[in-house]
Design a protein around this ligand. Structure first.
Ligand code: ADP
Length: 290
């Protein structure tokens, strides 16, 4: 229970640092009942951090879904601000794609990763009440549990849609370069379609295994240029596909996957699908191929 976890700082005598992010450092920890958890510890003395911390608690405590990394509890103690999450033993999708975690994702597995994370986001957008815009969808925020089920993490930047007028959140630009919706970047008008754009960039990562910006070049631009040059459907993209999946699988549903990806990264938000449309399309690909 939350009350029990309020006393939790005592339980983390042995904290192993596993990463760090915008919010602060992340540790692996063990609760007294034996549950392995990920502990996000805020950098101390930052008001910004405190605000994001409280936002995150509010959001996560009422959101439960199999494709979202669950908040197990939190700590406010001795000036500490910590969030306790279920531990994802198989790391982030970025770790898999860069060969860091030793989890190899073949094409079929990538389809399931896309479907799982899309389902989690569709839940945030369409079933959480009020709707939640994630605001920082990226491959380091999508993690794999023990069964290699994809789960979306890190709601530190999320804002409640109902807090705002007309479903728009007007705010400073946040999020991660390379994933930012161009419309949001210009107008600072944030909608669920900003997440759809970032998700499209994530799908490009699943195809190419590349980071969204490499050597100063944006993956979105590279793919668009390649596609425009292409007379024969998407064959020009062939060279950009991660060679390990290109060589070892028959890339079931690839054409359809690419089509959804390109729709997600459309410049204007109205031309992008909703996350549940993305879910349906991915389900169709997987159903057609057992
Ligand atoms: P960022 O701010 O860059 O999104 P986070 O603070 O969310 O980063 O997380 C930093 C790192 O900590 C991640 O890249 C990941 O390696 C690890 N991590 C985060 N959450 C978990 C979790 N629930 N289980 C296991 N590892 C996690």
């Amino acid at each position: 229970s939350y009350d029990e976890l309020r006393k939790c700082t005592n339980n983390f005598a042995e904290r192993n640092e596993i990463g760090s992010g915008a919010f602060g450092k992340v540790y692996r920890g063990l609760l007294s009942d034996g549950l392995v958890v990920a502990i996000k510890r805020a950098q101390q003395g930052s008001t910004q951090g405190l605000l994001e911390f409280k936002t995150e608690i509010e959001l996560l405590s009422r959101v439960h879904h199999k494709n979202l990394v669950g908040l197990v509890g939190f700590c406010f103690e001795q000036g500490e601000q910590m969030l306790i999450y279920e531990f994802m033993p198989n790391g982030t999708i970025r770790d898999s794609l860069s060969g860091k975690s030793g989890i190899y994702l073949d094409w079929n597995r990538r389809l399931y990763v896309a479907l799982g994370s899309a389902t989690g986001l569709a839940y945030l957008h369409e079933h959480a009440n009020p709707p939640i815009i994630h605001r920082d969808v990226k491959s380091t925020n999508i993690l794999l549990d023990e069964n290699l089920t994809a789960k979306v993490a890190d709601f530190g930047l999320s804002k409640l849609v109902s807090d705002t007028l007309n479903g728009h959140v007007s705010t400073q630009v946040k999020g991660t370069m390379g994933y930012l919706d161009p419309e949001y970047y210009q107008t600072q008008q944030l909608t669920v379609k900003s997440d759809v754009y970032s998700f499209g960039v994530f799908m490009l990562e699943l195809i190419t295994s590349k980071r969204p910006i490499e050597k100063g070049k944006y993956i979105v631009q590279r793919v668009r240029t390649t596609m425009n040059k292409d007379e024969e459907e998407h064959y020009g993209l062939w060279d950009m596909i991660d060679s390990s999946i290109r060589d070892t699988s028959n890339l079931i549903g690839f054409g359809k996957f690419l089509e959804i990806t390109m729709q997600c990264i459309e410049d204007s938000p109205e031309d992008r699908p909703t996350m549940s449309e993305v879910v349906k399309a991915l389900e169709t690909i997987l159903q057609n191929n057992g």
